[in-house]
Design a protein around this ligand. Structure first.
Ligand code: MG
Length: 202
């Protein structure tokens, strides 16, 4: 399985990173070893001093496809989930500065927290509210209506470059409010009011 992640897909987050809004989806990948299952702790990696959370809506691909036409894109996922794209921000800043690839900042072990999924038909995909709390204080709030590239556009675009396969995941980008975590923190993700994950930082 493949894990796709989208960078700068909310204008307010691009602004907080002093980054421009991209004209095409900005895609990067994480390996399967990046997965961190719901309710498992994350051990703070030794190679960073500035580990950040980025809460994101996730699509789970349910059939194989390439060059998917926009009118069929929504049939390629049945479930929507919530997770975190953990980022070693200090390492990422160095990679960006040097123009280097950023896998070491983004694709390390357990950098892709995967919470629960819900049937997409229980949601209005154009208006999904989600949030993240850190020690029970809400730190990020997002809504799929603010996506620069919506779910169907992402599926269409990615599938022109990579064959999508059953089980692949697409982390669709984070809204504003990203910030550092500390050992001892508890992160909880919510889709509306439903709790989708609980992650302790150790
Ligand atoms: Mg992200």
């Amino acid at each position: 399985m493949k894990i796709f992640c989208i960078g700068r897909n909310y204008a307010d987050h691009a602004a907080e990173m002093n980054s421009k809004v991209p004209s095409k989806p900005m895609v990067f990948m994480k390996p399967a070893t990046a997965l961190l299952r719901e309710n498992k702790p994350l051990y703070y990696p030794a190679f960073t001093q500035n580990l950040h959370y980025e809460v994101e809506l996730i699509l789970k691909i349910c059939k194989n496809g390439r060059h998917i036409q926009p009118e069929f894109a929504s049939s390629y996922y049945k479930e929507i989930g919530l997770g975190i794209d953990f980022t070693a921000r200090d390492v990422q800043d160095k990679c960006k500065e040097k123009g280097h690839p950023w896998e070491i900042a983004k694709a390390f072990d357990h950098s892709a927290l995967l919470g629960k999924f819900v049937d997409k038909n229980t949601l209005d995909s154009k208006e999904i509210e989600f949030s993240l709390s850190q020690n029970d204080t809400i730190v990020q709030k997002g809504n799929s209506k603010d996506l620069i590239f919506d779910f169907d556009t992402l599926i269409m675009y990615i599938s022109t470059i990579f064959t999508l396969q059953i089980g692949d995941l697409i982390y669709t980008g984070t809204p504003a409010g990203v910030g550092p975590v500390a050992i001892g923190d508890e992160l909880k993700g919510y889709l509306g009011t439903e709790q989708m994950f609980n992650c302790q930082i150790r």
